[in-house]
Design a protein around this ligand. Sequence first.
Ligand code: PEP
Ligand code: MG
Length: 874
Amino acid sequence: MVRYVQDFTEGGREQADLLGGKGANLAEMTRIGLPVPPGFTVTTEACRAYLATGSEPEGLERELAGHLAALERAAGRRLGDPDDPLLLSVRSGARYSMPGMMETILDIGLNDSSVHGLARTSGHEDFAWDSYRRLIQMFGTTVMGIDGALFAEALARRPDPGQRRLLVEDFRRIVRERTGEEFPQDPAEQLRRSVRAVFSSWNTERARVYRRREHIPEDLGTAVNVQTMVFGNAGPDSGTGVAFTRDPATGLQGIYGDYLADAQGEDVVSGARNTVPLAELERLHPQCYAQLCEYMERLERHYRDLCDIEFTIERGRLWMLQTRVGKRTAEAAFRIAAQLADEGTISWDEALDRVGGEQLARLMFPRFDTAVAGEPLARGVPASPGAAFGAVVFDSAEAARRAAAGEKVVLVRGETTPDDLPGMVAAQAVLTSRGGKTSHAAVVARGMGRVCVCGAEAVEIDVAARRFTVDGTVVAEGETVSVDGSAGAVYLGELPLVGSPVMRYFETGERQPGVVDAVARLMEHADATRRLGVRANADTPEDAERARRFGARGIGLCRTEHMFLGERRRLVEAMILAGDDTEREKALAALLPPQREDFTAMLEAMDGLPVTIRLLDPPLHEFLPDHTELAVRVASAEAAGGDPDPHDVRLLSAVERMHEHNPMLGLRGVRLGLVVPGLIALQVRAVGEAVARRLRAGGDPRVEIMVPLVDTSDELRLVRDEVDAVLAEVSRETGVEVTCPVGTMIELPRAALTADRIAAEADFFSLGTNDLTQTTWGLSRDDVEASFFSDYLERGILQDSPFETLDRQGVGRLVRIAVEEGRAARPGLKVGVCGEHGGDPESVHFFHQVGLDYVSCSPFRVPVARLEAARAAL
Ligand code: PEP
Ligand code: MG
């Protein structure tokens, strides 16, 4: 029989799929004997059934009643009892944490009679009425769908705690007027409807946005935790807080957190009131503090990781309300992983598993140059590190609008709520005037890697006037500010950025204690662990040198067309315009020296390591000027009665002659080499002469020639014959024996599907997953981002861009075929990848699984690929 409800005493952390993260950890804390208010979890399975059918699954109601009865028996109190009521909280809790995205309803069980019972047992009349109004407010907005602003306005009209009873009257009137029904007095009905509302909150707009961003699957559903209420707002000897076993921003050891006296949990997270540091708790409740420290130590030992904790003190008694392995910044992730490995708590393999390529990439971001920064405009809590600047905006919609137009923005808010999520996604940085490290803004920004400073109290925001002021300095919407999330400072204007110490480490090898040391040691372990080789895509000697410093062991793709940009474009132009063989040969001869110099420098930078040089790939017309521009120039000259420039006329006719409707599927790649006489010979000669030079200089050049956009083995054979002939010529002329492997890119579906035949002619394969994705999907890699793509992502038709993360089902299948059939035909065939996917963490794991020899990516992604290649091998 399916069970939809499980008591906290029954489960454990291994059941996160079924109980959600929060439920599983509540069960785990109960299991290890920490003081958790009793309760039970309605499973994600029940939620999925509810969302699929729109009604509770068969048996859920009976189970709920049974667990409630057991809870009542154990507590010796009944839900909503008029004399001594048991009260419950109902909270969402999905498999993956979605902070603030779904619903919570507190104080269930209060009604017109039990409110008196609570007043009597607590001895606090105001507190009881305040709890009742909180219930009506939360139930009213979440379950009954009433606009929360109505309650907020009513609350603002009666700020005095002594007026809570009247406020309850106001709130009930709002409910009546808005819904035509009375606020439900039956506690069982309150519970039932709350559970249903939490189920439904899985599908709110903001929850969907969050899931898309965080790549959380849509079909998981949320669990619902029903728990005995404990009150942090029961007077001055009560309170609530959030704590971390290590600093989630820097990874430093110690106990960090915020505490708020006489308050409920939501008050801390919303950032609506400013908290005090946890150390203050030691003064307020030394005993509770000592107990908390002990529990935190136990939790960290038990989970073997940084834990974050929510706790409540009810009249001097400490209760643990939540724990989980805590979110952290990239810096903290690396430092904590290395610390735990040093302490022997986890192995170095596990430490690798605790960090990720995207985090590493974030650590390589620049920071502000504090030497020239001067005094900040305002200071706040350094909530999410990094440095960014942008135009000030005051609401989410404006942030999204400006960002869509390409502007960098900084979202400035009093505090953020989950509704601000689209704005936070769009912004470079978030600045709030209220809230601490655990406020919504801080938690969400850290998760997304957004820069964030919060609780900058001097910032006075006037949303209506669209400006903020700090001590008389007025900053209007659209003005630029710079936000330093590592230091918690905000500056007027745009500050210069400097590189990060982690970047410096990769550039120079210079180690220093702290995060650099942690990164360095984890990278050393990664290099010892990974099987995949890592090369770089580099087209200049400078890039090649950098790639080598960053740990690339070779070049997987040198795009020679990039060597024809700038001034050299004219040389290519001359080749295209050549009227006869003599002119073409002259033009080609002019291209030879610069190509040879480039290759020589690249081979020197990568001495002893493989350098894959790809023959010219793009359509030739890319080297010619824009058609419209030329046509206008020629036409205007004619209209003015003069003669147009003859060079322009020749160019125009060449552009028109070479025009293709689908240039990406046209005369490019190997086709170009086979059609334009002398082109392949020129490039191969440049390579051959560079190799001969390096050999004569005592170097160890390891060049590989790669042929792009191959469809058939015949194309490759023809190129091969030409390469062999030219290299033989170069060897004769130079007296130095020059040979080199000739391989091909696999970037067309036909090539993948006929890999066995192509392998017969290829010394190696390199997967061009950019074009392979384009041609497999029939999606233009150059247009897709601008057209319907965002709509597809929005509607969930696609979860990721297949140009960023390799599509395993489709393109991945072709990759497998190419690897398996290529190697079947030519055992030991070396296969790498040089599409953008070579630097994408998820794709790197796939390439490891299919047994590639190496990935090649842009120099800056090389450390990311090294790390992920190791993580894939764990
Ligand atoms: C590819 O297509 O994946 C590739 C690496 O080639 P390019 O991006 O130069 O077309
Ligand atoms: Mg390509």
